[in-house]
Design a protein around this ligand. Structure first.
Ligand SMILES: *Cc1c(COP(=O)(O)O)cnc(C)c1O
Length: 389
């Protein structure tokens, strides 16, 4: 399936560029739940759509190729993909996991997996000594999100994957923030790549979807079995929306990343901003790792104002970005991690991780960055009086 084309060309010119039956330049949406079989002895490739469906198969093949994996799996949400991947574990197993992981993954690990006897240790994944110290004889998975959410800490995927191999464990990487346009964890040694395809892969705030990709035949067999057993598959209409979104992934990422850099730099120098967390700054603690393993710092960053009151004033006055949960869309999305993505974390756990009450996260969309800057400056001016700036 591999071709000599560059990433952006592959987004369009892959096995599914047209339908071999009709020549249609869009993957047909196959609604059938079941498929007629010729006779008792000979069953066709498809029998029931939970197990395999042509439209889902198309998107699964496309994402597998983009991540440089061999097998892709499409799920009804990012959490369905992540939860199904965790079903690779059994009672008595242990997970070493990034401490500032996505709130829904935190909830899954701390309140669901624990009921099935699957234990976990939260670590600062950027600190390899701390990660290794957390390993137990029953550790089965190293769970990485990089850059992390919402503080954009960067984990060395290659180093963690090596450590995981040393302890005979798997490395799972949530690649939602960067997508294969910027980072390919399987090529760095990871075993399972996970996505909330709701975000950049789909890109238009109009579908909830998840993806898992692997490069090992045995793992593929196990995840395929779990996908069919658990049954949280992506519906065919949403598979098609995801396929359509993916075609523009490269241009969207490029525009959004360029905008994020300009806006992050602007805010960094603004007196009303206390701190900007963006892995594209040369003084970011893991700048070198980010440069090594990804093509860009991404389109998401977070920033702190001088107080919660200033944050509230800013949010009340800013006009362009939608103020919402989620990220990775055509429109810029401003969110408040303490009450949105990380609401599932209790205040003490949030405080420990540095997710303060004055922290906001921005996912830069496709607007002209200067319009966003002008909008932000107007809103920030309103906060200046609060701090005599
Ligand atoms: C949104 C998100 C998820 C969860 O995905 P859903 O599609 O909302 O289920 C997981 N990981 C990250 C990093 C996310 O941003």
């Amino acid at each position: 399936m591999s071709t000599p084309y560059t990433f952006e060309t592959k987004l369009l010119h892959n096995k599914h560029k047209f339908d071999p039956e009709t020549g249609a330049v869009s993957v047909p949406i196959q609604h059938a739940s079941t498929f007629h079989q010729k006779d008792i002895e000979t069953f066709g490739k498809y029998d029931y759509s939970r197990s395999l469906n042509p439209t889902r198969e198309a998107v699964e093949e496309v994402v597998a190729e983009l991540e440089e994996g061999t097998h892709g799996f499409a799920f009804s949400s990012g959490m369905a993909a992540i939860s199904t991947a965790f079903l690779l574990l059994s009672q008595g197993d242990h997970v070493v996991i990034s401490e500032d992981v996505y709130g829904g993954t935190y909830r899954m690990v701390t309140t669901v997996l624990n009921r099935f006897g699957i234990d976990h240790t939260f670590v600062d994944m950027t600190n390899l000594a701390e990660v290794e110290a957390a390993v137990l004889p029953n550790t089965k998975v190293f769970y990485v999100e990089t850059p992390s959410n919402p503080l954009l800490k960067v984990t060395d995927i290659e180093a963690i994957s090596l450590l995981a191999k040393k302890y005979n464990a798997w490395t799972f990487v949530d690649n939602t923030f960067l997508t294969p346009a910027l980072q390919k964890p399987l090529t760095l040694g990871a075993d399972v790549v996970l996505h909330s395809a709701t975000k950049f892969l789909s890109g238009h705030s109009d579908v909830i979807a998840g993806v898992a990709v692997v490069k090992d035949a045995d793992l593929a067999k196990q995840i395929g079995y779990l996908q069919n057993s658990f049954g949280a598959v992506l519906g065919v209409q949403d598979c098609w929306l995801l396929l359509r979104g993916i075609k523009t992934l490269h241009v969207r990422m490029k525009h959004s990343c360029d905008g994020a850099k300009i806006i992050a730099e602007h805010l960094q120098n603004h007196p009303c901003i206390k701190k900007v967390h963006y892995p594209g700054f040369e003084d970011h603690p893991q700048y070198a790792i980010q440069r090594k393993q990804a093509l860009n710092a991404g389109a998401v960053f977070s920033f702190e104002l001088h107080s919660e009151e200033a944050m509230r004033t800013f949010v009340e006055n800013v006009k362009l970005p939608v103020f919402a949960v989620s990220l990775g869309a055509v429109e810029s999305i401003l969110s408040y991690p303490a009450k949105m993505s990380h609401a599932a974390m209790d205040p003490a756990a949030r405080a420990e991780r540095g997710i303060t009450d004055s922290l906001l996260r921005l996912s830069v969309g496709l607007e002209n960055p200067q319009d966003l800057i002008n909008d932000f400056d107007t809103a920030l001016k309103k906060t200046a009086a609060l701090h005599y700036i």
